[in-house]
Design a protein around this ligand. Structure first.
Ligand SMILES: Nc1ncnc2c1ncn2[C@@H]1O[C@H](COP(=O)(O)OP(=O)(O)OP(=O)(O)O)[C@@H](O)[C@H]1O
Length: 243
């Protein structure tokens, strides 16, 4: 059995004057893990900690057995933020070749990454003229350069239509099947069913973790949205993390 890809223990993060993560602990195993919770609950802050982009007050964050942010992790983690991270005035292929150079990976990997997100037929198109879903896939392709072992995706399906969302989730599963751990955040609870495992988050705490089936069974709910509401009602805010 593989060790967890991510292990977070007693993590405290303060942003501005607010304790955004008040001592969170969680694990992320292989497969597709959904980090679900309402807007502002701290999903982005947690993801920033995993990729080493967030100042932390205390606690530990280990990724692939190394402290988050350490040099060996640089090409082993792919991160797609909510903001566009590719150049609109370059083509798909130009973007990928540019980032491949920046990351110091083989140029051939640019073509592989383009193919893996199904954009080969758009490789010479300028990003500005792509649809929203295609543009998201360009960012995803960049994150796949270096063949990361952990892919961290911050609300990658927000604003996309149901067909594009389904296609992207299929892609996340293909990436996970190829061996990477995929952590996907969302504030849309109906994306839960698409994950192997869920971390339900509220006010900087994990209020449940397990497979969608386990969480539904544990709460007696018919769907994850109901399960979340049940957990919120039975676990007053500010009290202990789930086991
Ligand atoms: N730069 C900052 N300075 C101070 N507070 C911040 C900063 N960025 C975020 N916060 C606060 O931290 C809390 C968590 O924000 P975060 O972006 O991690 O939440 P989120 O769950 O990702 O939300 P969303 O789903 O809307 O992206 C929020 O209350 C937010 O206002």
């Amino acid at each position: 059995m593989m060790k967890n890809v991510v292990e977070v223990r007693d993590l405290v993060v303060v942003r501005g004057s607010r304790e955004v993560l008040p001592g969170i602990s969680l694990d992320v195993p292989a497969g597709v893990t959904g980090l679900l919770g309402p807007s502002g609950c701290g999903k982005t802050t947690l993801m920033r900690c995993l990729v080493g982009a967030q100042q932390v007050r205390s606690g530990t964050v280990e990724v692939l057995g190394e402290p988050a942010g350490s040099a060996p992790l640089r090409t082993r983690i792919g991160y797609v933020t909510q903001a566009a991270s590719v150049y609109d005035d370059l083509t798909v292929a130009e973007n990928l070749r540019f980032f491949a150079r920046v990351l110091g990976v083989e140029p051939a990997q640019a073509d592989e990454a383009i193919a893996s997100v199904d954009l080969a037929s758009h490789r010479d198109q300028v990003v500005a003229r792509l649809s929203g879903g295609q543009r998201s896939r360009v960012s995803l392709a960049v994150a796949l350069l270096g063949k990361p072992d952990l892919l961290v995706l911050d609300e990658p399906t927000v604003g996309l239509d149901p067909v594009l969302r389904r296609d992207l989730w299929e892609l996340f599963h293909r990436i996970a099947d190829a061996g990477a751990a995929v952590l996907v955040s969302s504030h849309v609870m109906d994306e839960a069913e698409r994950c192997h495992r869920l971390l339900l988050m509220r006010e900087g705490r994990i209020i449940a973790d397990g497979s969608p089936d386990e969480i539904r069974e544990r709460t007696g709910a018919t769907d994850i949205e109901q399960a979340f509401l049940h957990l919120v009602e039975t676990q007053p805010s500010g009290e202990g993390d789930a086991a």
